[in-house]
Design a protein around this ligand. Structure first.
Ligand code: HEC
Ligand code: HEC
Length: 227
């Protein structure tokens, strides 16, 4: 029994740390970020509030300190596929994918109906641009995007549903870079059931220069997040 106060003080320290992390990067530090849940009458609003807001935010713009990306411009088909892939060990199961493992653990108990509802909720989030963190060469980024990425992700960067290629505009620049590097190393997309990820694994060696990738991410952050 006498160890209890120590356990409690540890717990309090963890909570205070988590709380202050959220404070530094979450809604409280940025007056433009919304603290209230969007579309509260949507069937999955409650589940999103309970299971997703802590990392992705009520505005869906993510939190860099938790490696959790912005989700606002992603369409429901793409989001549902990612949640299924996380749940089924197709994404986030590679031993080097520590951030993917977080989502894999989060998705483990989601059934197909919950995934469909959550994906529809995520699609309904108001499209927005997360804050930029990179300072690449915009003109170079535009050139590379138009030549290498736009055929699938659209010249406006908003994705192409027929090709199952998601929007790149609206993703955090640091997340875009990190995911591209995962495709390069085969940490994401190499699973035999990842039909869409494999396209990126095949393409990723085309660019190995981090400066160019930063420029693409910087350019995409200048584009509007919706048509
Ligand atoms: C503990 C923090 C945490 C929680 C809670 C969480 N996520 Fe995530 N989520 C992450 C991280 C970290 C990633 C990035 C995974 C990676 O690096 O591949 C991610 C990635 C995603 C992606 C992939 C985005 C993309 O562009 O491919 C989707 C979709 C997603 N989360 C949805 C959700 C939903 C819906 C919930 C609630 C059911 C949720 N997340 C709860 C941390 C979290
Ligand atoms: C042949 C078509 C194709 C081309 C060309 C292509 N992509 Fe992709 N990309 C895809 C598909 C399909 C996905 C979805 C993968 C999945 O479902 O996991 C994707 C996913 C991504 C993701 C992950 C997004 C997320 O939300 O997690 C990033 C980042 C990305 N592509 C960046 C690029 C960049 C940068 C280029 C140009 C250098 C590029 N892609 C060129 C088809 C393509």
């Amino acid at each position: 029994m006498h160890t209890r106060p120590i356990q409690w003080s540890c717990l309090m320290m963890v909570l205070i740390t988590l709380w202050s992390c959220g404070d530094a990067n979450g809604p409280a530090s940025d007056p433009n970020r919304q603290a209230t849940l969007q579309n509260p009458s949507h069937p999955a609003a409650g589940q999103y509030a309970a299971e997703c807001v802590s990392c992705h935010g009520s505005d869906g713009l993510g939190q860099e300190v938790l490696n959790a990306p912005a989700l606002t411009t992603l369409d429901a088909t793409y989001v549902a596929r990612q949640l299924r892939h996380f749940r089924d060990g197709v994404r986030g199961a590679h031993p080097d994918d520590s951030t993917g493992a977080i989502m894999a653990a989060t998705s483990i108990n989601l059934d197909d109906q919950a995934i469909a509802d959550l994906a529809s909720y995520v699609e309904s989030l108001a499209n927005a641009l997360p804050a930029s963190t990179l300072d690449g060469d915009v003109a170079q980024g535009k050139d590379y995007h138009l030549n290498l990425c736009s055929a699938c992700h659209g010249s406006n960067g908003l994705g192409n549903t027929a090709l199952e290629a998601p929007a790149l505009v609206g993703l955090n620049d640091w997340y875009l870079l990190a995911q591209y590097q995962k495709f390069q190393s085969g940490t994401r997309g190499a699973h035999p059931d990842d039909r869409w990820g494999i396209q990126m694994v095949r393409l990723a060696p085309a660019l190995s220069d981090t400066d160019v990738l930063e420029s693409i991410a910087t350019y995409l952050a200048t584009l509007p997040p919706a048509n």
